[in-house]
Design a protein around this ligand. Structure first.
Ligand code: GDP
Ligand code: MG
Length: 323
């Protein structure tokens, strides 16, 4: 396939167009992925998650520089499910990333929720495949984190950084709600701010309370303090430490034979997403397009039936062999 060849050769235009089409759910793009899939699996994928404004993009920018210094090519995927509200942030990211624009060893794309029902995690997984086949050694995936969908997105990663900032009491709550299990490294960002020691203590206490089997593999998530991004020297040092920590985590996965389970987790998420997009989405789209959904909702509101009965009817209609 011509397109596959071009992407393998690192052709930015072809790759960008494909990623755009994947995001828009274009069918032909999906079939390209079928051809790319066997070539994937070389890149190291690092997920970066945290609240909006936590400084993830700033961090990603610093990491790009570090990985480039170490001779690695870098793909960056900025995922923003809240896009309508943070369009400005993405614009800011673009401007910031301009300094890498001339560097052919860096490829930056962003994904928002345009298009389909819950298809974002799938688009992310596919975009990672594209960057992987392009030959990016490291792929940094930035996503706003708390909900299930973001957890799915982050499950495409080998190493997950959870970014926290001092002085936001609800942070720890958010971690407890599910991000905690997926953190491989905690980053205290903007550590020059008041409250960073307190935040560190809180994370430590939370880790201490975790059931012992949580760290059975011998990896207790380290906490890396990242100094003020506006002071290049200390920020650069923090970025070196963080890059080393990411490398250490990767070595740990390899040494303990855990990379396989990460890859398995990624495969499971991908399969879920693919089934959702091939089975559930067409049915929902059909029901919406035919205007049936509205009638069903009305029936529920009138208490004429219940959601399960309706769903079972849909299943009988669309799935030949019942489940
Ligand atoms: N004081 C301070 N501000 C920072 C630091 N890092 C990033 N910022 C600012 O915080 C804001 C949000 O940063 P951004 O990287 O876009 O956050 P994201 O939404 O998590 O990607 C921007 O205005 C940054 O300039 C830091 O270390 N210290
Ligand atoms: Mg950002």
């Amino acid at each position: 396939m011509e397109k596959v060849k071009k992407i393998k050769a690192g052709d930015v235009r072809t790759a960008s167009r494909l990623i755009r089409n994947l995001e828009d759910g274009v069918k032909e793009a999906r079939s390209t992925i079928k051809h790319l899939f066997p070539l994937t699996g070389k890149a190291q994928v690092v997920g970066i998650t945290g609240s909006p404004g936590a400084g993830k993009s700033t961090l990603v920018d610093g990491l790009v520089e570090q990985f480039r210094k170490r001779g690695k090519t870098v793909g960056v995927l900025a995922v923003d499910p809240t896009s309508p509200f943070t369009g400005g942030a993405i614009l800011g990211d673009r401007i910031r990333m301009q300094r890498h624009a001339e560097d052919s060893g860096v490829f930056v794309r962003s994904l928002a929720t345009r298009g389909a029902l819950g298809g974002l995690a799938k688009a992310v997984g596919d975009a990672i495949h594209v960057m992987d086949v392009m030959g990016m050694d490291v792929i940094l995936v930035e996503t706003v984190g708390t909900g299930q969908q973001e957890v799915d997105i982050i499950n495409h990663s080998h190493t997950v950084l959870v970014v926290l900032i001092p002085g936001m009491g609800d942070e720890i709550q958010a971690i407890k709600a599910g991000i905690m299990e997926i953190a491989d490294v905690f980053v205290i960002n903007k550590a020059d701010r008041e409250g960073s020691s307190k935040l560190r203590r809180e994370i430590m206490a939370m880790l201490d309370m975790a059931p012992p089997e949580t760290f059975a593999s011998g990896w207790r998530p380290p906490i890396v303090r990242v100094e003020n991004a506006f002071e290049p020297d200390s920020f650069g040092k923090s970025m070196e430490e963080l890059t080393d920590t990411i490398a250490k985590h990767h070595e740990h996965l390899v040494a303990k034979d855990l990379l396989g389970s990460r890859i398995r987790r990624k495969a499971a998420v991908e399969l879920h997403e693919a089934i959702r997009s091939c089975v559930l989405e067409p049915i929902l789209n059909h029901l919406v397009a035919e205007g049936e959904i509205e009638g069903m909702i009305q029936k529920l509101m009138d208490k004429k039936t219940d959601p399960y009965t309706l769903a079972e009817e849909v299943a009988r209609r669309f799935l030949k062999e019942g489940v």
